[in-house]
Design a protein. Structure first.
Length: 251
């Protein structure tokens, strides 16, 4: 039984991460729960359920500030829902050690991407209109994100942002709000698969998720006033810490 105060601390940290950056709480939940004794499969399943709960308040704040594009969110979420079902099935037949190694490499790369974006947070990308071609590309890429969701428990917030950076010229705060809504759809799909497989600590997820739901609301309000460069720097720092901790665990 994990002490309640530890779950509360994890919940506050998850709310800060999701509220400020729009990224999945997987960076905190999976390493924390696995260190506390849960199997990697349970840590992933629990992380996805936490994301489902946490993102609700974050989406509400970004939506109130007009920083959610519903059309793009639904397009990205559509592919992710399909991909997450496939990814969860791949994860459940993959050795835990291999999942941890992939997770470590993934977080290290995303740290590099985040710090790079912090130097140039303003987008200078020619907008691609939401036509048939961009729709197909967005759905295919989001399906890949969904697979990552199912395999690693990462609901794809930062990856959805990457897709939008590639296809659409959108302000970083609007990208975060849009990505968070897409992440909710992706996480719901992945969490349902792990719940049906009986690989989720529901009690831990509920405590972390409810605390993160509250803290995420206030951190999301803060993020809507922050300099975009600081948002990327904060996210990059979290990726670095997570990658280093997972590296030492794997080796």
């Amino acid at each position: 039984m994990i002490p309640i105060y530890i779950l509360i601390i994890i919940g506050i940290a998850v709310g800060a991460l999701t509220g400020i950056t729009g990224s999945s709480g997987v960076l905190i939940v999976v390493p924390a729960l696995s260190y506390l004794g849960l199997s990697y499969y349970y840590a992933i399943g629990s992380s996805l359920l936490v994301d489902v709960i946490t993102t609700i308040s974050v989406i509400f704040v970004y939506f109130r500030h007009g920083n959610v594009d519903l059309k793009i969110s639904l397009i990205l979420g559509l592919g992710a829902i399909i991909g997450a079902q496939l990814g969860s099935r791949i994860a459940l037949i993959t050795p835990e050690r291999a999942l941890e190694a992939v997770f470590t490499i993934f977080t290290a790369y995303m740290a590099y991407v985040s710090f790079k974006r912090s130097k140039n947070p303003k987008l200078n990308i020619k907008r691609i209109e939401l036509n048939k071609i961009s729709f197909i590309i967005a759905v295919l890429l989001s399906m890949l994100i969904g697979i990552v969701t199912g395999v690693l428990g990462a609901s794809g917030g930062i990856m959805f942002i990457a897709v939008m950076m590639l296809l659409f010229s959108i302000d970083v705060k609007r990208m975060i709000g849009t990505a968070t809504l897409a992440m909710l759809l992706s996480a719901t799909s992945g969490a349902s698969a792990y719940l049906l497989a009986g690989r989720t600590d529901v009690l831990a997820s509920l405590v972390i998720g409810i605390i993160a739901l509250i803290s995420g609301y206030y951190f999301a309000r803060l993020a809507n006033k922050m300099n975009p460069a600081y948002i990327y720097m904060f996210l990059g720092s979290v990726f670095v810490i997570t990658s280093i901790s997972e590296f030492f665990k794997v080796v």
